[in-house]
Each structure stands twice: as C-alpha cells, then as structure tokens.
Design a protein around this ligand. Structure first.
Ligand SMILES: Nc1ncnc2c1ncn2[C@@H]1O[C@H](COP(=O)(O)OP(=O)(O)O)[C@@H](O)[C@H]1O
Ligand SMILES: [Mg+2]
Length: 178
C-alpha cells in the first residue's frame, strides 16, 4: 500500500493509476447508461438514410489506429439503409473491438444487402464454443476467468450490440427488412 511519504516517482505513478481508474469508471458509466437507455421505451431513434459504406469506412479508419491486426473490408457495392446510424455504429464497433482483441492475424468485415442487410465480422481467434454463445449476450458476462486477461471491458459490449440489432422498432421504419 502506498503511504504518505511518497517519492515524486510514486506520486506520478499514483496519478497515472488514478487517471486510468477514472477512465475505466467513465467507460463503465457510459456503457451502463447506453445499455439502460436502450431499454427505455421513450428513447428516441434517429432514423435516417445511412450510408453503410461510409459508416464502415469511418469505423475501420478509427479502430485500425488502435490495433496492428489488419482489418479487411468487402462490400458488395453501395449499400444504404434506413436506420439509426449512431446506434448501428455503436453496435458494430463493439463487435469489431472484441474481434480485434481476440484475432491472431486478421479481422474481416463482409457486408451484403439482399432481402436483409448482413454484416459479418470474422476474426481468426479462438472463437466462442457453441454452448457459450447464448450467455455472452447477458450483461456483465465475460468468459475469461481473469477479468484483465486480455484487457477489454465489463461484459456489456455484446449485450449492447444485441439490443441494438434486435430493436424491433426498426422493422416499422424499414418495411420489415430487418
Ligand atoms: N471475437 C471474440 N472471440 C472470442 N471471444 C469473444 C469474442 N467476442 C466476445 N468474446 C467473449 O464474450 C465476452 C463478452 O464480450 P463483451 O460483451 O463485448 O464484453 P467485454 O468485451 O467487456 O469482455 C468476452 O469477455 C469474451 O469472453
Ligand atoms: Mg467487448
């Protein structure tokens, strides 16, 4: 435990630790608020024509800066859809961030639009065993024994993504296309 008689070096270290603790608490609050808001019936969706090519390009540019794992993108032509772009981006980002954490050498994103808009985010990491696939969508569930084993969050990322993607109200806006 750090005592009162700290050297300047200890104080710098403590300040650094405190800052990263504060950042972690801020991230937790942000994720809990996002998760909670998605449950609120009154939370408004901002539905507009969203350019999916642009959305993916922006996300990849942002997230590639945080990882050495190369992100590949395949999109079958110009794709747009009526949806809440910010929410969709948040959901996709959560899945890509996970993929980058677990990928060994590559992460690939494939987007197709037929009857359905399909976005596949595929990493070449260990994957998730079929019997665990349901539980990872429950809030605060992480499969690692040690919470910090591979860095990461609080087990809310996929719960948020799941809620966003299953927002049934989108169907009303998109002519049943989701
Ligand atoms: N691409 C992936 N490969 C392997 N395991 C994954 C992947 N994505 C998620 N997981 C597992 O699912 C858990 C829940 O993910 P998530 O809800 O995003 O929480 P967090 O990222 O905070 O751990 C992760 O802790 C991990 O055990
Ligand atoms: Mg996550």
């Amino acid at each position: 435990m750090k005592g009162a008689n700290q050297s300047p070096d200890d104080q710098v270290e403590l300040t650094g630790e405190m800052l990263s603790d504060i950042e972690e608490i801020e991230r937790l609050i942000d994720e809990m608020l996002t998760y909670g808001r998605l449950d609120t019936v009154s939370s408004p969706l901002t539905i507009e024509e969203v350019n999916i090519n642009q959305l993916i390009e922006n996300l990849v540019e942002k997230l590639q800066r945080t990882s050495d794992v190369p992100i590949g993108v395949q999109i079958s032509g110009p794709v747009s859809c009526l949806c809440d772009g910010h929410l969709l981006e948040r959901g996709i980002q959560n899945i890509i961030v996970n993929g980058l954490r677990y990928a060994r050498t590559a992460l690939d994103i494939t987007v197709t639009l037929d009857e359905l808009l399909t976005i596949i985010i595929d990493d070449d990491g260990p994957g998730i065993s079929p019997d665990q696939r349901q539980q990872i969508f429950s809030p605060f569930t992480r499969l690692e024994n040690s919470r910090n084993k591979l860095g990461g969050g609080f087990g809310l990322g996929l719960s948020i993504a799941d809620k966003i993607i299953s927002l049934a109200r989108w169907r009303d806006y998109c002519g049943g296309k989701y």
